[in-house]
Design a protein around this ligand. Sequence first.
Ligand code: RAM
Length: 486
Amino acid sequence: MIKRDYFLKKAEENTPPLFFEKIFPKSEKTIFLKGDSVLLDLGNHYVGHFSFDLDVVDDFFSAPVKVSIRFGEDMREIHDDHSQYRGTLSSSWLQEETFVLDHPQRFQLPRRYSCRYVQITVLETRRKTYLGNFVFTASSSANLSRLAPILTKDEELKEIDRVSCYTLKECMQSVFEDGPKRDRRLWTGDLRLEALANYHTFQNDALVRRCLYLLAAGDTNELGFLPSFIYETPRFYNGSSFLIDYALLFVVTLCDYYENTKDLQTVRDLLPVCKEQLNSFYRILDEDGVVAPQKGWYFFIDWCPGLRGRTALQGVYLYTLKRFVRLLYALDDKEKDFYEKEWADRKRISKDRLFNEEEGIFLNDADDGQRSVHSQVWMILGEALRGDEAKDALKKTMNQKDVLQPFTPYMRHYILEAMFLLGMKEEAVAYMKEIWGAMIRSGADTFYEVFVPGDPDFSPYKDRMINSLCHAWSCTPCYFIRKYLT
Ligand code: RAM
């Protein structure tokens, strides 16, 4: 059997069952005339299908009934004027649909939605019209009974943990999705963080396994890197982005997976794919031993506008080597020494070439003299910088003017990871409260795709309406809290 078929078969075998929950929102209105509308509140964020009854009241419909239904992850999305949408992503992600219904019926909308609020507007009808028996059938592949109660006494952390777990649950469907509103698909960078949180919460190891096989089934690009996302419904299709940090994080995800499951078979199947990712990176080093710039969108790191990312990307490579060496030792793989030496050499070379001794931070011409938190964090995680020197570099850059700061909870996760690595527990707790706590204080039911304190309208896609308000990569406080703080 060719490799892709085998990987897809393994992915298929690990398809998770979905758990369903029915929500019956109360409606203050059931009889509608043209132009009437009602707002339903599900009481929390849910992902699933919506249905209702349409019926006559005192006379049969003399013409079809036209309804518009809008789903909002928060109330702003209910009030947004979609005609003003100017974002870079397709407006078809905006959750609003119009239907023309000919007869009385129970109507189930064909698509799945991600929302807390549902607004129904009758755009056209010539008779009194009944709309009622509203049901939202929510789905998730997270088994809530596996979630252990949390032991911390800190009420704010408890609340942050609750919303984190809930965010993860919403994104767990037939794959670990990035966001159930948008893009509703499996991305490697999101998967890595969801899988980490999952080991400490819902423990659906089969779902991680499925996602690893799905990504491994992808066709690599001309440099040998895996696609950063794939489509799986109704059939497998290769994603068209090849972000190098995400390709490396595939390797890290397998390392995490092994440490948490000890599933040797999956690791043996996917080890060659991992080696290919690292070897591909090695091939794109320049004469100084630093990753050479590539064509197009070749790294992600964060949605921070204008970010130069070669130092951070080099750090991701070091971090991946560190983790991979640990895995190879556990497997007693014959190439462990080779990768260990590469990690040691590359750390030294990276520090010599990219670190600015005078300022005590990573600052260099490879990134056009740009100062960023991102560079420090990834070099700390890769251990090119350690101990007090590492702490200083973080302190000199975090929350400093003229230094680029993270824009996504994804990048903020890696700040927390660096803080825990450096033993900065108190700072990490304060940071969780400052960022994730602030999202809750601003009314979040689930954690967001992007969060910039003081700038609620920021969007990497040039229009806030398209942002995802339930985004998997923001779910990891539950991982940190449960692993390090209880
Ligand atoms: C966005 C997605 C996803 C992320 C990529 C890089 O389109 O929301 O979460 O992994 O960008």
